[in-house]
Design a binder for this molecule. Structure first.
Ligand code: ATP
Ligand code: MG
Length: 358
């Protein structure tokens, strides 16, 4: 069997690396070659969408913002897993938010807006809000914070927006689960996430569930989902609010490569290929620190790895400010030790001037 992956970034790379042992072939399609090209059995570029889909038995994706043509072809040939519905919802934030509201999921209040002027006008109702462009955003891109108590004028690019109330959360969290075609679901432990300027900086697990598992399960059922699904939450006074979902493996699940009985990557391939799922067991408190906008060198590599229990993943992408270039997986014996190690690795990578890299 040949599995096609749309997108050639680090998530696709880890999917292939983790599932090679299952004996499948992997083909990758992307507009521009990324890290996973080198380890794919076949690589397809622009213009060869049909050849790519035809050559695969099933097609999945590592990211929502991939070739629309290839997605459509894979859907037409009934090879796309997870199905087109979840991608469709993610390609337009307004569709996603409306779907969540209609499904009575707990979410932050929002208003749709179809111009910059309308977005700014509607944001006044919330006082403090985030204007999120409806299309193309990830890692905090296309988002603008507005606080009418602090300033009386803002300028944002003219676009369609979801105008969202700012949530004063206690912390952010995520829950990753896998669902197979029979509807069976298994969840990884929830993680606590810390974002900096809209980009995931650190993540640690285990964390309290607060009902997130049940909410994520309901979402997976509503989508008749197959594969690994990640749901991001804000937690306020012990109550979870859904921020967004990702119909794929997720940055906050990278620690499953070392701390868990199965990685999110192998679990995803199992779910889409119709293999039995593994009930994830967390062996040790585990977490990650993302390397963002910071070049790697031998000195830095050695310093990071001098913190006991760390593993380095460098994606080999062109360094750019605010770009995810790699991550460090960390395991520890206790939650307290994990937090200490996360803090130490963060200091080694960013020192005191983290904003220089974002
Ligand atoms: P991702 O890379 O996860 O896809 P994204 O660009 O799609 O990110 P969001 O997850 O919506 O964007 O927002 C990024 C971060 O910005 C959140 O993790 C959170 O830290 C902050 N944020 C977003 N919406 C809100 C909100 N309504 N209230 C408070 N903080 C928010
Ligand atoms: Mg997010």
């Amino acid at each position: 069997m040949r599995i096609g992956i749309l997108g050639s970034g680090q998530l696709g790379f880890m999917m292939i690396l983790e599932s090679r042992n299952l004996g499948y072939e992997f083909a990758t399609f992307d507009i521009q070659p990324g890290p996973s090209r080198a380890i794919s059995d076949a690589y397809f570029g622009p213009g060869s969408e049909k050849d790519f889909v035809d050559s695969c038995d099933i097609v999945t994706f590592e990211f929502e913002h991939v070739s629309e043509t290839a997605l459509m072809l894979a859907n037409q040939e009934e090879k796309l897993v997870p199905g087109i519905r979840s991608v469709d919802l993610k390609r337009d934030r307004l569709r996603e938010k409306t779907f969540l509201r209609e499904g009575e999921f707990p979410i932050a209040d929002f208003e749709p807006a179809y111009s910059a002027e309308e977005a700014l006008r509607k944001s006044r109702r919330f006082g403090r809000s985030i204007l999120k462009m409806t299309t193309g955003g990830y890692d905090g891109k296309g988002q603008f914070r507005v606080d009418w108590g602090k300033s009386s004028s803002y300028e944002v690019p003219d676009a369609s927006y979801v105008v969202e109330e700012l949530v004063d959360f206690d912390h952010e969290a995520s829950l990753i689960l896998a669902r197979d075609s029979s509807g069976k679901k298994v969840s990884f432990e929830p993680a606590i996430n810390v974002n900096h300027r809209g980009i995931l900086l650190t993540s640690s697990t285990p964390a309290k569930d607060h009902g997130m598992g049940q909410i994520a399960g309901k979402l997976a059922d509503r989508l008749d989902y197959r594969g690994v699904l990640a749901v991001e939450f804000f937690v306020k006074d012990g109550v979870p609010i859904v921020n967004e979902f990702a119909p794929r493996v997720h940055n906050s699940g990278h620690h499953t490569l070392h701390g868990s009985s199965v990685s999110q990557f192998e679990q995803h391939i199992r779910a889409i290929a119709g293999l039995p799922l593994i009930k994830p067991k967390l062996f040790q408190p585990s977490g990650i620190v993302n390397i963002i906008g910071r070049e790697m060198n031998d000195h830095l590599r050695r310093k990071i790895l001098s913190v006991e229990g760390t593993r380095l993943y460098w994606y080999g992408k062109e360094p750019r400010r605010a770009r995810k270039l790699g991550h460090v997986n960390i395991i520890a014996d206790t939650g307290e030790e994990l937090e200490k190690k996360i803090g130490a690795v963060k200091d080694i990578i960013y020192g005191k001037n983290i904003d220089d890299y974002f």
